[in-house]
Ligand binder design. Structure first.
Ligand code: FAD
Ligand code: LAC
Ligand code: ZN
Length: 450
């Protein structure tokens, strides 16, 4: 089918302003600039009926589709890899209202995480998913990737915040579960199944999300440690000593310096290892955190912030890591998890092994220490396969997972047979075929062969 006819048909469904060719790559190249290429056809439906019409049109012509939200994904899963059209949810951005009694809210899949957080705050509540890409990442994208972020240790991943979903499946049917029932044990939990399905089973159009109470006091501390082992141990002590802990984010001297060089973000002191600790409660939790830290070995410095501006400055040091690494080149990204007990050893080993395998490379590690989830970024060096085998092989040796929170996308799919059993993979294939018999919803992610 020629391009003009295709745009004409899709434009007739969604409006001519919302069916176009993306010549510059905003929609067709991924955030890391590793995947995709400019020139894809983009379609932006404005309602669930328009999503159904686009899906039906694609099914009838066997045209594959990639659902896309904010295009902040880091595994190459939201951009075309082989001629798919991009279905952008950006216009499906309705929010609320908040139901204060059930502490729930229905939001369009194209609403950004930041807009949803703000709506929850205005109602005196909080949406418990948060991470650095909040300004662009969408609710649909966070559902599709089962995103994690900085508050997982207290509230769990996105799946735990999702009460219900509406989605258009690959066969064009609308899956609708937005009633907000907290309890519904009538068979398989299909909402949960869609969480983390990376756009392969359905296009999420709306979500019913759970909100949590907003604490009156928040305290953020940057803590310096002499060693990695001391940092990991201290997080364990704080976690078991208080219910107020929201976040524990680990950074290394190399990453903190890079954020300083790239964006002029200062740090109150220097240390080999930093942990950014945030706690919130209905009283100021600073004293309790300080008391718990005083019993920990290897603490070199502590800077505490309770006012919003200073807290934001401390968070910038953490939030800008991904962007700062991006200023130095296109990194190889490894979002991995290992058991917390093996974390300190893993972090030390991974840096050493990568530099042995590829001496010209540079490794930056940071992440969500309480979850055992580290982001290993390798810049430079020349042998992609050797570096990948070194990092992910070490993860498997430690009993970990090659994808903690970003998903599999295009980037990790070769590792699925090493990570999941054939029973698991066959079940995934069967479920895919049940929801998307034509195999045209994001067919090039997750598995090599469906
Ligand atoms: P996209 O990138 O557009 O898409 C991601 C995947 O979801 C693709 O497979 C796509 O096909 C699918 N998808 C998108 N929308 C839909 C939909 N409506 N229906 C069905 N499928 C859909 N991730 C974390 O988990 N934790 C972090 O701490 C974190 N920090 C980040 C920090 C930075 C600076 C950046 C750039 C990224 C970070 N990410 C993090 C990764 C990314 O932001 C998340 O994966 C996020 O959930 C992606 O949302 P998105 O709307 O941008 O999705
Ligand atoms: C973060 C992303 C990379 O935690 O997951 O910053
Ligand atoms: Zn992360």
């Amino acid at each position: 089918m020629n391009g003009d006819a295709l745009l004409g048909d899709l434009g007739a469904i969604v409006g001519t302003d919302h069916a176009f060719v993306d010549d510059v790559g905003t929609y067709s190249v991924d955030w890391t600039k590793r995947f995709g290429a400019p020139g894809a056809v983009v379609v932006r439906p404005g309602s669930v009926d328009e999503v159904v019409a686009v899906v039906d049109w694609c099914r009838a012509r066997s045209v594959a589709v990639v659902p896309q939200g904010g295009n902040t994904g880091l595994v190459g899963g939201g951009v075309p890899l082989d001629g798919e059209i991009v279905l952008s949810t950006r216009r499906l951005d309705a929010i609320g209202p908040v139901d204060a009694v059930s502490r729930q809210m229905t939001v369009g899949s194209g609403a950004t995480l930041a807009a949803v957080q703000m709506a929850a705050e205005e109602a005196g509540l909080r949406y418990a998913v948060d991470f650095g890409a909040r300004g662009s990442a969408t609710i649909g994208g966070t559902v599709a990737t089962n995103a994690g972020g900085v508050n997982v240790l207290r509230y769990g991943m996105t799946r735990r915040q999702v009460v219900g979903l509406e989605a258009v499946l690959g066969d064009g049917c609308v899956f609708g579960h937005l009633s907000g029932l907290e309890k519904d044990n009538t068979g398989f939990d299909l909402v949960s199944l869609l969480c983390g399905s990376e756009g392969t089973l359905g296009i999420v159009t709306a979500a019913r999300i759970r909100l949590v109470p907003r604490a009156s006091h928040v305290s953020t501390s940057l803590v310096g440690f002499a060693t990695m082992a001391a940092a990991v141990r201290a997080v364990g002590v704080i976690r078991s000593g208080t219910d107020s802990l929201d976040a524990a984010e680990l950074m290394l001297d190399s990453g903190a310096r890079l954020v300083g060089e790239a964006f002029g973000v200062g740090r109150p002191f220097d240390a080999p290892v930093y942990v950014l600790i945030e706690a919130s409660a209905d009283h100021d939790p600073s004293e309790q955190i300080e008391m718990l830290l005083s019993g920990c070995e290897g603490v070199t410095d502590v800077a505490v912030a309770v006012d919003a501006r200073t807290r934001r400055d401390l968070w910038r040091l953490r939030d800008e890591h991904t962007a700062a690494i991006g200023t130095k080149g296109v990194p190889r990204k490894f979002d991995v998890t290992v058991p917390v007990g093996a974390l300190a050893e893993f972090i030390e080993a991974v840096t050493g092994r990568v530099s042995m395998a590829s001496p010209a490379s540079e490794t930056f590690v940071f992440g969500h220490v309480a979850d055992g989830n580290m982001h290993v970024n390798v810049l430079g060096g020349d042998d992609d396969e050797v570096i990948e085998e070194t990092v992910l092989g070490l993860v498997l040796e430690h009993g970990g997972s090659v994808s903690a929170e970003h998903g599999v996308g295009r980037l990790k799919k070769a590792w699925m047979p090493r990570q999941r059993s054939t029973v698991d993979l066959d079940l995934m294939r069967a479920i895919k075929r049940a929801c998307d018999p034509g195999l045209f919803l994001n067919p090039h992610v997750l598995l090599d062969t469906w």
